[in-house]
Design a protein around this ligand. Structure first.
Ligand SMILES: *Cc1c(COP(=O)(O)O)cnc(C)c1O
Length: 410
């Protein structure tokens, strides 16, 4: 029974061209990795500043293991709350300029704990359609009514806020968006969203998973860059991407954080992260804000500009348009068809470049893409090699491809 069920399901997935398999790195994370016995240049990690290999962080983790051992032994509310955990919370709050913050074991756990702590069956959660799976899963888990607005569609968001508020003046409404979207690399119109939320008395959660470390003064994210820190009640993020370590967080008011400590089930019912991870993440938050952090962001920006040198072959219809400056470290190459995206990714791998195809269900059906990410750790020659290879491959694919750095055709 079990075997039949699993093989049938797997066949269905494979028939749809959607079967996924794990690939194993035989090297550390980085721009140059060893994958299945080959060296390849990696344009797919979220280690945007290269901090996963930072030597100071490596020492911080080793020293913390020597001092505290490996595990926390309990959830934070029982007896697993070490000084290292408090220190991380406080460091994040200071970094984010908020009264308080709370670290979770991952960004996914942060979402899953936070949304259901704030909203229940009498409430409404309104999400941008392209929100990350963690936010969607969390919204579903909360039992609140779910409303979705098309990506960046402020009119629709305004309409949803108005109609929800019209039904009840007391119902809780939570609007959820990413700052930089994980699969498109574009930014939410945060100023307008903040204003709409204030007008209709809705809470707002902004997930800065791809903004923190990369954007804003001291890498504090897009919310800080736009001067909206005091007007976004819940700033979420991960410690596993630009920060290079592991974990997630909410930065918010003291009252909000105290509520999460009491109600966020992924926080309450889960063993506290290893103290060494908390110590290392604390140091990572400090590095991100430092002069060295500024240097890494400058290097990342230079690398992004080099990648822009990839201008599409003239057979691609948007070839003549002005390139848009990349906002953050994510440059999607939209291909559309799932199997063409897979083939292109395979062709790139063949030539020594790892850029995975992202397809349904991570993105909508028919919007399969290559998700190209840059890091401060990339070397110029690696980016130039990629640009040359993309030129070659894209000219073969021709007009089926939308260029990542061009405005889409209207
Ligand atoms: C990666 C990601 C998360 C989850 O963070 P993890 O720390 O990897 O669990 C949440 N939201 C967005 C937008 C992400 O890209």
């Amino acid at each position: 029974m079990t075997n039949e069920f699993t093989s049938q399901e797997l066949r269905n997935i494979a028939d749809a061209g959607l079967l996924r398999k794990l690939r194993t790195l035989e090297s550390p994370q980085g721009p140059l990795i060893r994958l299945e016995n080959r060296e390849v240049i990696n344009f797919s990690s979220n280690d945007y500043l290269g901090l996963s290999q930072n030597e100071e962080l490596q020492s911080a983790m080793t020293e913390a293991v020597a001092r505290f051992g490996v595990g926390s032994g309990a959830s934070r509310l029982i007896c697993g709350n070490l000084a290292a955990h408090d220190q991380l919370d406080q460091t994040i709050a200071a970094f984010k300029n908020t009264e308080a913050a709370l670290a979770f074991s991952s960004g996914y756990a942060t979402a899953l704990g936070t949304l259901p702590a704030l909203c229940g069956k009498d409430d409404t959660i309104i999400l941008d359609k392209l929100s990350h799976a963690s936010l969607i899963d969390a919204a579903k888990l909360s039992g609140a009514a779910l409303r979705v607005f098309p990506h960046h569609n402020l009119d629709k968001l305004a309409h949803l806020l108005k109609s929800t508020r019209a039904k009840s003046s007391s119902t809780r409404i939570l609007v959820v968006t990413e700052s930089v979207f994980s699969m498109d690399g574009d930014a939410a119109p945060l100023r307008e969203i903040v204003e709409l939320c204030e007008t209709h008395d809705a809470m707002l959660l902004v997930d800065e998973a791809h903004g923190v470390g990369v954007l804003g003064p001291g890498g504090r994210g897009l919310v800080a860059e736009l001067g909206l820190e005091k007007r976004v009640p819940l700033q979420m993020g991960t410690l596993g991407k630009a920060l290079g370590v592991s974990g997630g967080y909410i930065a918010a008011s003291r009252g909000m954080i105290d509520l999460l400590i009491n109600k966020a089930r992924s926080f309450i019912y889960s063993t506290a992260p290893p103290p060494a991870v908390a110590c290392t993440a604390t140091r990572a938050v400090e590095i991100v804000q430092s002069v060295h952090g500024d240097e890494l962001r400058k290097k990342l920006r230079e690398n992004l500009n080099k990648a822009r040198a990839f201008s599409p072959h003239s057979s691609i219809p948007h070839g003549g348009l002005k390139a848009r400056a990349p906002l953050a470290a994510i440059l999607p190459i939209i291909i559309g068809d799932e199997s063409v995206a897979m083939q292109t990714s395979a062709a790139l791998l063949e030539r020594g470049f790892l850029i995975p195809a992202i397809r349904y269900p991570t993105v909508a059906r028919g919007s399969a893409r290559l998700r190209l990410t840059l890091s401060a750790a990339h070397e110029t020659i690696q980016i130039e090699g990629l640009v040359a290879c993309l030129h070659d491959l894209m000219s073969k694919l021709g007009s089926t491809v939308e260029h990542p750095l061009q405005e889409p055709a209207k």
